[in-house]
Write a protein that binds this ligand. Structure first.
Ligand SMILES: NC(=O)c1ccc[n+]([C@@H]2O[C@H](COP(=O)([O-])OP(=O)(O)OC[C@H]3O[C@@H](n4cnc5c(N)ncnc54)[C@H](OP(=O)(O)O)[C@@H]3O)[C@@H](O)[C@H]2O)c1
Length: 330
């Protein structure tokens, strides 16, 4: 089958380690299922793997891709929950299992014609979602959902700042928070992405680092060093920053005086549980919110998608289509 693999890592030239090639199709272990991938989508995580961040070189080569939607061996339309973990080991929350792995960390990922995951990780795809939309959800959208509703526990009327409007997680956070009745502010370096944020329901969108019209109750942070001080400055006393990423750098100024004097709370968040993915689907059904898709590319052109992500040119998600297996008429 055709797959996009990371074969080597380079911090400065990450695409030098990306190869699209034929590899053996996966065979399911007991308790696992094979999924024919119809759509997958790109995440910063794939770029981190190619850069050698958080992914040991001993685990190469590996098929990249954390997000997938497709068809299982019984013909069911499925979304793949990407956190492979034991809920019991995480006291009921698989994201707290010390041995959890995101798809493509220890097991071959989604940029391929087929993948295999524990059968528990298959979630029925609702008919009202396209495969492209479904493949945009498992990492970015569920991360945003957990940050807003599980970690920050936002309620209608809360004021929420989302940093870096154009990102996969950020675009999801803007749409979900607005649908939940929050007053949403967004920042972006790009005027086109600020315009887009308004169309997803933000009250206002300002250039990165610019003062907001009012203090907020919650900040959704995935940008890191470039926006961290602004996040703390924008937060009301007693407010909460939820942080799930650090694209621009992971060593932000501490601003500890502000944190203790204003009694601010800083919460980390990683991934989501299967039940959060199911709950988010119910919310999307109820509200009509759908993922923002920038564009789609065939698997053999995936390098172009990575370059757009490196250049900060994406607004929302970039979807990847593997070729249909030979003889397949679906
Ligand atoms: N913890 C988790 O479970 C989890 C899950 C998903 C993602 N993440 C992390 O979250 C981060 C975002 O992921 P993503 O998939 O949403 O990536 P993405 O779609 O590529 O988004 C990148 C974002 O970073 C912003 N940005 C990048 N460099 C910037 C800079 N120098 N100054 C200001 N803004 C900058 C962009 O904002 P504008 O272009 O709009 O300015 C954009 O919002 C990544 O670090 C990723 O690893 C973590």
């Amino acid at each position: 089958m055709l797959a996009a693999r990371a074969v080597s890592q380079s911090a400065s030239h990450p695409l030098s380690g990306l190869v699209v090639e034929d590899v053996p199709a996966p065979v399911a272990k007991p308790g696992w299922s094979v999924v024919r991938v119809l759509a997958s989508s790109l995440n910063m995580h794939d770029l981190w793997t190619l850069r050698g961040v958080g992914h040991p070189a001993e685990r190469l080569p590996i098929v990249l891709g954390c997000d997938a939607a497709g068809i299982d061996e019984e013909g069911n339309e499925v979304i793949v929950h990407p956190v492979i973990a034991d809920p019991d080991a995480g006291r009921g929350d698989e994201t707290l299992d010390p041995n959890r792995a995101l798809l493509s960390e220890r097991h071959n990922g989604a940029f391929a014609q087929y993948l295999t995951v524990p059968t528990r990780n298959l979630v029925p795809k609702p008919a009202w979602l396209t495969f492209d939309e479904a493949a945009s959800l498992p990492v970015a959208w569920t991360t945003a959902y957990r940050m807003l509703f599980t970690q920050a526990r936002i309620t209608a009327g809360d004021r929420v700042l989302v940093q870096g409007a154009g990102g996969g997680v950020a675009s999801a956070a803007i749409s979900l928070a607005a649908a939940a009745g929050a007053v949403v502010y967004a920042t972006s370096r790009s005027s086109a992405k600020r315009e887009a944020a308004l169309s997803w329901g933000a009250r206002a969108a300002v250039p990165t680092g610019e003062r907001l019209p009012e203090k907020v109750d919650v900040v959704i942070e995935t940008v890191g060093e470039a926006t961290w001080s602004h996040s703390l400055r924008s937060l009301r006393p007693g407010g909460t920053v939820v942080v799930a990423g650090a694209t621009s750098g992971a060593n932000p100024p501490a601003d500890l005086n502000r944190v203790f004097y204003l009694q601010q709370r800083i919460l980390g968040s990683t991934g989501c549980t299967r039940s959060e993915l199911v709950a988010m689907l119910r919310m999307m059904d109820a509200t009509g919110v759908r993922p923002v898709i920038d564009q789609t590319l065939p698997l053999d052109e995936i390098a172009k998608g990575f370059q757009l992500m490196i250049d900060g040119q994406l607004t929302g998600k970039l979807v990847i289509h593997p070729p249909a297996p030979e003889g397949d008429v679906a």
